[in-house]
Design a protein around this ligand. Structure first.
Ligand code: UTP
Ligand code: MG
Length: 613
């Protein structure tokens, strides 16, 4: 196939239309000429076919039975062959152009959708199932591709075939032409009725397919949980039920189709039969010649056949329309604006951060953060401590503008947070997520992911050393070029955390956020990372979320959160002076540690005694 036209910058959002057919027409922008070419080629192919029958008529009426004309027969044979070649050529050309239109629209749509989905806000991704998005980007886009390659082109072909053959028959005999199309309105009306029903059935079918692919995707991602809880049969049964539901919906769709085909086939069959009979009677009466009759027999097949297919196409168009609507529902979603800010920061952030009476909730649910107020200077370390669900992650996620706060405000270097563009903020803030995600790429690619340029081996190693993962990486078969995930090494939880710390450190952010970043790392390694970080954090403002007091006690400011509120704030020493959660946690953790130490010592002693006896 010919190469596809290069992609133009393209804004699909402008093609969203309430009328789905208009919307699909909009999607064809840039490909309408190719589509026109395909249609014209089909017209020419149809014309060649019609001419074959007209030539046949001419031979029968004017050549056969006229010996003096018989010597022209080889010429007529050549005529038939040429018409067949012309028809074949244009059929091929139209197929090629149709494929180019359909594939071109589909590739553009897929690219746009992928880009769009990546730019949708966190709130959208929080509430949307991944499987659903996968299905819309694959199966639905494919249904639209089929629409453009088969239905959209097919409809043009059918209408042309009909028009050309109708005109040809009209020229043979106008009464015969009218008799030949009486059933057509009925065929179109029946198709329309089925179309309306099938569109509903297909919508339900696609919805169920999305349920199935979501289920599959979740089970694949969560396969460990399924196995660990030995819930395979539960999951299989659930899948069976959903699959059965899909089968039922698919069956309903097929039953509708199998009702529809015979209905239109019978209508068309009768129409053709009536045409044959009336034509024969006219030939017997001498109203038309035998040649005309023979030509008519050929032509009516090409008049009615397209009509039979028009019905099919009308019905099949429903799939294109439903998929269009499903894809557009995603495209309609508002993107996270990236270049929206009216304040253009010209240089790096210094890192002075202030929260003033800030409140936040996820979409009108109960408040997740209330009345948060604190202030830190550039280069300071702010630690957040609090029970699970107290809002620590929510608080730090506001800084890179993953979510928008509802009241109060946050300022960075004295400028309100939402004056900065998200892109700029995210370039300045490095965040190690609570549940780090690594791509199935090499360790090197994972570490350099955030910087958008080539990094030197020295830089990469420095970051890895600070994250205490360098030595571990060297033990892997291919060092830094070892693949992570499915086809490579499977990293432990702590190793993943450390690779993601290295990834963030390499980015060299002005504000560093570590959300429970060392929770899966042993105490000794954690201390090692902490020492490296203390060195690296100089001059950057950092937020550290941790559960161990040791991890936070050196911070310049410790915030203790409880149910979305700051219940205590100050330095380690200040907080130890007051009554409250901090001191309780500190005492508890110290006591546990002391007890643990004593236990270890006593077991050592008894073990020692035991071995002496
Ligand atoms: P957080 O995720 O902020 O809690 O959720 P946390 O302090 O970091 O907890 P741990 O220590 O990591 O476990 C605070 C509240 O916000 C809700 C949660 O249900 C929780 O009650 N939440 C969180 C949402 O409603 N939507 C989200 O996307 C995330
Ligand atoms: Mg958290």
């Amino acid at each position: 196939m010919a190469s596809i036209a290069p992609l133009q910058p393209y804004d699909l959002q402008q093609h969203i239309a309430d009328n789905r057919l208009l919307g699909l027409w909009g999607l064809m922008s840039g490909y309408r000429m190719t589509y026109l070419g395909a249609t014209i080629s089909q017209a020419l192919a149809a014309l060649a076919k019609t001419s074959t029958y007209l030539l046949l008529r001419y031979i029968i009426d004017n050549v056969i039975g006229f010996p003096e004309a018989a010597r022209l027969l080889p010429l007529f044979a050549l005529g038939f062959i040429s018409l067949a070649v012309v028809e074949g050529f244009f059929t091929f050309t139209s197929g090629r152009l149709a494929a180019r239109t359909a594939e071109g629209i589909a590739i553009r749509l897929r690219d746009f959708l992928f880009d769009h989905i990546q730019r949708l806000p966190f709130t959208y991704h929080d509430k949307t199932r991944t499987g659903e998005l996968i299905q819309r980007s694959t199966s639905d886009v494919d249904a639209m591709r089929r629409f453009f390659s088969e239905q959209a082109i097919g409809v043009g072909r059918i209408l042309l075939l009909f028009a050309i053959n109708f005109i040809a028959i009209l020229n043979l005999n106008w009464q015969l032409a009218l008799y030949s199309v009486v059933a057509i309105p009925l065929v179109v009306y029946t198709s329309y009725l089925f179309f309306k029903r099938i569109i509903v059935a297909y919508e339900k079918y696609q919805e169920q397919e999305a349920v199935l692919s979501t289920n599959l995707q979740e089970n694949l991602t969560g396969v460990r949980v399924v196995k660990a809880f030995a819930r395979q049969s539960f999951e299989s049964e659930k899948f069976d039920r959903q699959n059965w539901e899909k089968f039922l919906r698919g069956k309903q769709l097929l039953v509708m189709h199998s009702f529809f085909w015979p209905v239109t086939d019978i209508l068309c069959g009768f129409q053709m039969l009536a045409g044959f009979l009336i034509g024969a009677l006219m030939a017997i009466n001498g109203t038309i010649t035998v040649g005309t009759y023979l030509a008519y027999v050929g032509l009516i097949v090409w008049l009615i056949w397209p009509m039979r297919n028009l019905g099919r196409f009308i019905v099949q168009t429903s799939t294109g329309l439903v998929s269009y609507q499903r894809v557009m529902a995603v495209i309609k979603e508002e993107r996270e604006p990236l270049s929206e800010a009216d304040f253009q920061a010209t240089k790096s952030i210094r890192g002075e951060i202030e929260f003033n009476n800030l409140s936040f909730d996820y979409e009108a649910k109960s408040k997740v953060l209330s009345d948060i107020s604190f202030k830190c200077k550039p280069g300071q370390v702010v630690a957040l401590l609090g029970s699970t669900g107290s809002g620590k992650t929510s608080l730090v996620n506001l800084l890179p503008r993953f979510y928008e706060y509802t009241s109060g405000n946050i300022t960075i270097d004295g400028v309100e947070l939402n004056k900065y563009s998200r892109k700029f903020l995210r370039s300045q803030i490095g965040i190690v997520e609570q549940e780090p995600f690594l791509f199935s790429r090499t360790i090197r690619e994972n570490i350099t992911y955030g910087i958008g340029r080539e990094a030197t081996q020295h830089e990469i190693e420095q970051a890895a050393q600070a994250a205490a993962i360098h030595d571990v990486i060297l033990t892997f078969p291919n060092g830094y070029d070892t693949l992570v995930g499915e086809k490579g090494v499977t990293l432990s939880g702590g190793q993943k955390q450390r690779v993601s710390i290295a990834r963030t450190l390499l980015k060299d952010p002005r504000i560093l956020i570590l959300d429970d970043a060392t929770s899966s790392v042993d105490m000794e390694t954690e201390a090692e990372i902490r020492r490296a970080l203390e060195r690296l954090m100089k001059g950057r403002t950092s937020f550290i979320i941790a559960h161990r007091i040791q991890s936070v006690m050196n911070a310049d400011l410790i915030l203790v959160l409880d149910q979305g509120r700051i219940v205590q704030q100050g330095t380690h020493n200040e907080l130890l002076q007051e009554e409250g959660i901090y001191r309780e946690v500190f005492e508890l953790q110290t006591r546990i540690e002391v007890e643990l130490q004593q236990e270890i010592e006593s077991s050592h002693i008894s073990g020692f005694k035991g071995s002496n006896q």
